[in-house]
Every structure is written in C-alpha cells, then in structure tokens.
Design a binder for this molecule. Sequence first.
Ligand code: ADP
Ligand code: MG
Length: 301
Amino acid sequence: MRIAILSRNPSLFSTRRLVEAARARGHETKVIDVLRCYMNITSHAPSMHYRGEELNDFDAVIPRIGASVTFYGTAVLRQFEMLGVYPLNESVAITRARDKLRSLQLLSRKGIGLPITGFAHAPDDVEDLIKMVGGAPLVIKLLEGTQGIGVVLAETQKAAESVIEAFMGLKVNILVQEYIREANGADIRCFVIGDRVVASMKRQAKEGEFRSNLHRGGTATLIRITPEERSTATRAARIMGLNVAGVDILRSNHGPVVMEVNSSPGLEGIERATGKDVAALMIEFIEKNAVLGKTRTRGQG
Ligand code: ADP
Ligand code: MG
C-alpha cells in the first residue's frame, strides 16, 4: 500500500517508527507536512497538492496532527477523506477529541466514569461552580491545553476563585474538575487500536508535581490494567470515533475515570515502557481495515 503520514517533522520518534514499521511490512510511505498541503475544493474535482505536485495515489493516511495545527490539519485530512483515502483516524473524531469539554460531554452521555467536571462562563457563577464540583482542592484546565500545560491544581477555595476569575478575564475557556487525590500523581495511558488495548503504562509525576505527563518530567512503567479499565478505555475510544487513541485514566475511589482521549498518542513512552511494537500494530490495523472510499464520514461534518 501507499501510506501518507501527516506529520510536521520526519525526525520525531513516532513518525520515524511509523515509517519504519510500514516499510518493514512492505508498504511505501511518504511523510507529508500538513502545512505545505494545499487544496482545490472545487465541486466534483477536489484535489490535494504538495510542494508543486498533485497527491493522488495514496491508499491510507496516518494523521499525526499537532495541537497547534488542528484547524488546518483536520481540513487537510478531510480533503484526503473526500478523495477516498482511508484515514487511520477520521478528521471529525480528531476535532472532537481536541476539545476537552466536547469529549467529556460525549463520554458522559454514554455513562463513562469521569471526574466530576463543571463549566461556566460568568464570573458570578464561580462560587456555585466550585461548590458543584465538591470544593477545593480542584483542578482547572484550559479546554485546549496539551502536555500538562494549562492544567492547574488550586489547593484552596480562594486560590480556585482567583485562578478561575483570572482565566475568565483573559477570555479563555476552562473547565473545573474534582481533584482525584487518591491517584497520587499517577495515571494510566491505555493505547487503544480498534477494539483492543494493545499496550498500557502507568505514568507517575515527578516529586512535588501532580501532572504525570512525560513532558512534565513524569516516568513511565509497565502496568497490568483491570478488565474494567480495559473496557472503559476501549469504550471511550469507540464513543469518540477513534480507531487509534491514547485513553488516560485515573484510579479514583469511585472506579476508573477517564481524563482525556488523545487522538495522536505518542509512541516513544509506550513502546519503551512496554517493549511492544505499537507502530507495527497500527500499520496492521490499516492493512485489515483500509478500503478505498470507505471512510465512515468521507469528509462530512
Ligand atoms: P493535558 O491534555 O495537558 O495532558 P490532562 O487533562 O491530561 O491535560 O492533565 C494533565 C495531568 O494532570 C494528567 O496526566 C494527570 O496526571 C493530572 N490531572 C489532570 N486532571 C486531574 C484530576 N482531575 N485529578 C488528578 N490529577 C489530574
Ligand atoms: Mg494528558
């Protein structure tokens, strides 16, 4: 097959591993910088162009779209879908997953365990909002943050009020969440492909930090997850419409709660921690599922 990998940087670990795994399985690959793709969206004759050439013979596309280029990146992916190219994750699903509020609303609709979470617009409602999620300590998050940036732990009522008011004053959207103290700075990353958790790791925040992100100095180790955690992760990915997802779970007193579902989960941490060839499993999924012109949404919505 000919597989396009949408990635801004061919030297990133995940990008390199995907290229390697695809080639090892006999496929041709091309790493494409989404920001250099341009499109003709004329009715009946859509096309995709890249650095002066037309791209028209790919069977599948693996989107690895960074958070900072979500808007343009998903537009490019949608164009590939309109051209009938099979996307490992569909543009609509990526757009859903990038918005933490929208994701949590979708998951809550289907009864997935979540930390108690609130969302409000007006500063006048802050006091009641804090009460609603159980009071301080609580976690305040930017709706579109990644890598732990934009996630704040407010230890006291006063701190919570002033941080929330400051964010509201800056006109950024935030959500307010129950702090799962019993997680002890650890979370579980479940790497889902299709309807299976193919690898999972525990990430532990460094001393004095509650955010377990590897980018924030967290460390990863292999973990055995419970059947309940396994089914929570696969259901969450399915609800989001993602074939490949990194589902992050906290172990709370009220069972596993999903914190977020990532649509471009990194390979470095999970492959190192588990020793599994996750990249090859992603390529294998494409081999089994890619049918030209058979994407679920074909660029709709
Ligand atoms: P990001 O998208 O920036 O990774 P997350 O929502 O995943 O944001 O939060 C970053 C980290 O902060 C998580 O990996 C987790 O360790 C910690 N964290 C987030 N929300 C909570 C919470 N409600 N209770 C306890 N820890 C949390
Ligand atoms: Mg996270």
